[in-house]
Design a protein around this ligand. Structure first.
Ligand code: TRP
Length: 442
């Protein structure tokens, strides 16, 4: 294991993991589904989901990663030599690379939109055509592919620089900045006339909307948002040193991710309602609705509205980058440790592969949608289920305890361990299976 790097401190671990977690999921999906499924009532269910189901999965991945200090495949081989569990190791090498491919397309869009904001293309005099700009941009394939290339290039640049000098340093600088930026936008957004309706959309509890669908949405969103089930957190945990407290860094990560999602809700929804537009999720929200709002805001001062737009698209771009580097690192760790390829060549290889698949996604919208559905509805949940089964049923209980309590030296963790173990072994797998199957049937 010589030459393997570790993150430098507790703060570094949390920043890197929170960086992976905080991303497009928090910004363009969370605020919307909160309103769709009953406001505060849904937030409550979401928080329960996070702490009772997602956190145990995060702990499971952390246990496997730090116990072995290896990439996903190597880790499964080390803990369950020559068993079928190696397929889980392989699956979780491949799926983050697939996610990287289409996620980077969106990352590329945000580069173009940052450019549009800097050059003040969202103005009151052209507000009516601003929403159409996205369709126009998407139709110019060469431009979209160039942006994809740029985004993947930045991702590869950071990963290439290494775990400490690249990933750790980038996340440590940018994550606190992201929090400041999202709060700046939230404060501004909350002061807009008509913002009250947006606040009501987010917080008014409506328990009648808590259908089984809402549960499945909460679970899926919380897995995607915490980057679970595809070995990302496993790989990051493999860079955590033996004296770090895995439960503390896991809770820190989950709380940061949750807070960011809620702040993003307050940054976006009040502005959306203030402008009298129906809320949406996905590309429509970020690349059509919001630019329209920025354009309209221009009547109150072009400089202010341009500044808000620039801050917003920087936030999106950086949040996407801290996530995409975590996806790329999974494959880089695998190739360099299992196949003896240099870190440079491994990074270049994944860069090229993701670029090709990304181009396919640009050329064929159906490929994009298929890969997204395959990963976020299926592979993620399957991986999360298998990780909890592996730690709960295949690994020895003493080993899991040893890892989560640092050999019994962390007293709070020792006290909490029976509860956490019960969640990992029974509650998480059973609930995931039930929600997953009811989702497939329903
Ligand atoms: N969590 C990130 C977001 O919310 C995306 C992400 C990063 C991810 N790594 C992942 C999603 C691994 C699934 C699996 O945008």
């Amino acid at each position: 294991m010589s030459g393997r790097e570790n993150f430098g401190s507790r703060a570094a671990v949390i920043m890197a993991m929170a960086g992976s977690a905080i991303g497009l999921g928090n910004i363009w999906r969370f605020p919307f589904i909160v309103g769709q499924y009953g406001g505060a009532a849904f937030i409550l269910v979401y928080i329960l989901c996070c702490f009772l189901l997602s956190l145990p999965i995060l702990f499971s991945e952390s246990v496997i990663g730090r116990r072995t200090h290896k990439n996903t495949f190597g880790a499964m081989e080390a803990l369950a030599p020559r068993s079928s569990w190696k397929w889980l190791g392989l699956l979780t090498v491949v799926s983050p690379i697939i996610i990287l491919s289409y996620y980077s397309v969106v990352g590329g869009w945000s580069i173009e939109y940052l450019f549009k904001s800097v050059t003040i293309q969202f103005r009151p005099d052209n507000a009516e055509i601003v929403t159409g700009m996205f369709g126009e941009f998407a139709a110019s394939r060469a431009k979209v592919i160039a942006c994809l290339l740029l985004f993947l290039g930045m991702t590869a640049g950071i990963v290439f620089a290494g775990v400490k000098k690249g990933i750790e340093r980038f996340s440590k600088i940018t994550i606190p900045v992201l929090f400041v930026l999202v709060l700046v936008i939230a404060v501004y957004s909350l002061t807009l006339p008509g913002a009250g309706e947006g606040i009501r959309y987010l917080v008014r509890p409506d328990f009648s909307k808590l259908t089984p669908d809402a549960l499945a949405a909460a679970l899926g969103q919380s897995f995607f948002s915490l980057s679970l089930g595809v070995g990302t957190m496993l790989t990051y945990s493999s860079y955590v040193s033996k004296d770090e407290n895995l439960m503390a860094s896991g809770v820190g990560t989950a709380v940061s991710d949750l807070m960011f999602a809620i702040f993003a809700g307050f940054a976006i929804m009040p502005a959306v309602f203030a402008s009298g537009i129906a809320p949406a999720a996905g590309p429509g929200l970020v690349f059509e609705t919001l630019p329209y709002i920025f354009a309209k805001m221009g009547t109150g001062g072009l400089v202010l509205s341009a500044a808000v737009a620039i801050i917003f698209f920087i936030t999106i771009l950086v949040a996407a980058l801290t996530s995409s580097i975590s996806m790329m690192e999974v494959g880089v760790a695998y190739l360099s440790e299992e196949k003896g390829i240099s870190r440079t060549a491994a990074t270049a290889g994944i860069f090229i592969f993701a670029f090709m698949v990304g181009i396919l996604c640009v050329l064929r919208g159906s490929v994009f949608d298929f890969l997204d559905k395959l990963c976020s509805n299926f592979l993620l949940t399957l991986g999360a289920l298998l990780f909890s089964l592996f730690v709960g049923w295949k690994m020895k209980k003493e080993d899991v305890k040893d890892e989560l309590t640092n050999g019994g030296t962390l007293h709070t963790n020792v006290k909490l361990f029976p509860i956490i173990y019960f969640l990992i072994k029974y509650v998480a797998p059973v609930s995931i299976a039930v929600i997953f199957i009811s989702g497939l049937v329903g």
